[in-house]
Design a protein around this ligand. Structure first.
Ligand SMILES: Cc1ncc(C[n+]2csc(CCOP(=O)(O)OP(=O)(O)O)c2C)c(N)n1
Ligand SMILES: [Mg+2]
Length: 372
């Protein structure tokens, strides 16, 4: 199998393998729309971020990394669970969660997905089975737990988690992977390897750029791909999700990509000089949307005027999302104590008496926990 690393991608030059032949117009339009919707959303939020200082939470933008969330959005079922990390807007939209609830959350309004109290990197939308979080790798074990619950109940649901390559530097990644492999859990791990953790390159943090190889040692099926090809991303994700759904066990997909914007916030962080200018230029020339548009033009599909209509429709949705956020009320005084801490634990209180029946006796009946 061909080895993919960030260095090998640079060496092989501009990507030329994007194939759209034989794909339905519905799929091509869906991929294009998903990528452009995320891009326009992020660009608009960047422009509005400082205007009137209405967005106060840190935002990790995702320009350049649109292909994977766009592909994922066409494959997820409503009842699947998707977990994500700090760079979460693409995953939020992929789970079909409403743009207005995202914008209002960033604006700190009551109509935000979490009533304006979570902000960008902690946003969740339980009604859409979507959960993100700023604790790096925290979502990985939660996703494994959901996958365990689905398997235990005999559901054919899949739990997925999207994260960056630095999440694999936490022990919990390997612990969850090991458990998922042993139990053949319906779990799909989506790693967007964008080479950096904040301002630090992967080679300065990990022994080698060979994550998939290390994951294979855990008996987990892996897919390693150039991550700015939406069609390849779609096909790999489809195969992995189906494999997990049918009981094959967990999958790990590593998508090689690059974030064009700063690690956090709308302003550039290139003044830190943590990444070479020619590297940034290389990845700009491999912009997933530009690569896709080129192939569409070459094949004479989804022409300029049709694409402009899609963009206009998206821009209208974005305008409405801003209006919704700006016209929504700020939260009233919030009791943070009650929000973040509670001495009550109804689940434990219901079940602990059951599991402490008598002294240890291996013949005693096993307490059966009711689902909560
Ligand atoms: C447990 C923990 N440690 C450190 C951080 C600080 N932190 C926030 S984002 C980030 C970089 C993450 O890099 P990666 O996982 O590759 O995702 P990317 O930002 O590149 O998308 C770090 C170290 C954190 N949020 N949580
Ligand atoms: Mg990274």
């Amino acid at each position: 199998m061909e080895t993919i690393t960030h260095a090998a991608i640079r060496q092989s030059g501009r990507y030329s393998r994007l194939k759209i032949e034989g794909l339905s117009m519905e799929l091509l339009r869906g991929l294009y729309r998903g990528m452009v919707r995320l891009r326009r959303c992020e660009e608009a939020l960047m422009v509005q971020y400082r205007v009137a200082d209405e967005i106060r939470c840190p935002v990790h933008f995702t320009i350049g990394q649109e292909a994977v969330p766009a592909a994922l959005g066409l494959l997820l079922r409503k009842d699947d669970f998707l977990y994500s990390h700090h760079r979460c807007h693409g995953y939020f939209l992929a789970k079909d969660a409403p743009m207005g609830a995202l914008f209002a959350e960033l604006f700190g309004r009551t109509t935000g997905a979490n009533g304006g109290l979570a902000g960008s990197q902690e946003i969740s939308m339980p009604s859409h089975n979507f959960f993100s979080g700023a604790i790096l790798s925290g979502a990985l074990s939660l996703a494994a737990g959901s996958a365990f619950a689905f398997q235990y109940k005999g559901d054919d649901r899949v739990a997925l988690a999207g994260f960056g390559e630095a999440a694999t530097e936490e022990g919990i990644f390997w612990e969850a992977l090991s458990y998922a492999s042993v139990r053949k859990l319906p779990l799909v791990y989506i790693c967007e390897n964008n080479l950096y953790s904040m301002y630090s390159a992967q080679v300065n943090r990990q022994p080698a750029d060979d994550l998939s190889k290390r994951v294979q040692a855990f008996g987990v099926r892996t897919f390693t791909l150039f991550g700015n090809d939406p069609v390849a991303a779609y096909e790999a994700l489809r195969e992995a999700i189906e494999y997990a759904r049918k009981g094959g066990g967990p999958c790990f997909l590593e998508f090689y990509t690059y974030r064009i914007n700063a690690h956090v916030g709308p302003e550039s962080d290139d003044y830190i000089n943590y990444r070479p200018a020619d590297e940034i230029e290389f990845w700009k020339s491999n912009d997933p949307i530009a690569l896709f548009e080129e192939r569409l033009d070459h094949a004479g599909l989804l022409g300029r005027s049709e694409r402009e209509l899609i963009v206009a429709e998206i821009d209208e949705e974005i305008d409405e999302a801003f209006q919704f956020a700006r016209n929504s009320p700020m939260p009233a005084d919030v009791d943070l104590e009650a929000l973040s801490r509670s001495c009550e634990s109804p689940f434990a209180e219901r079940h602990l008496p059951l599991s402490s029946v008598g002294d240890f006796d291996e013949t005693q009946p096993v307490a059966v926990l009711a689902p909560y």
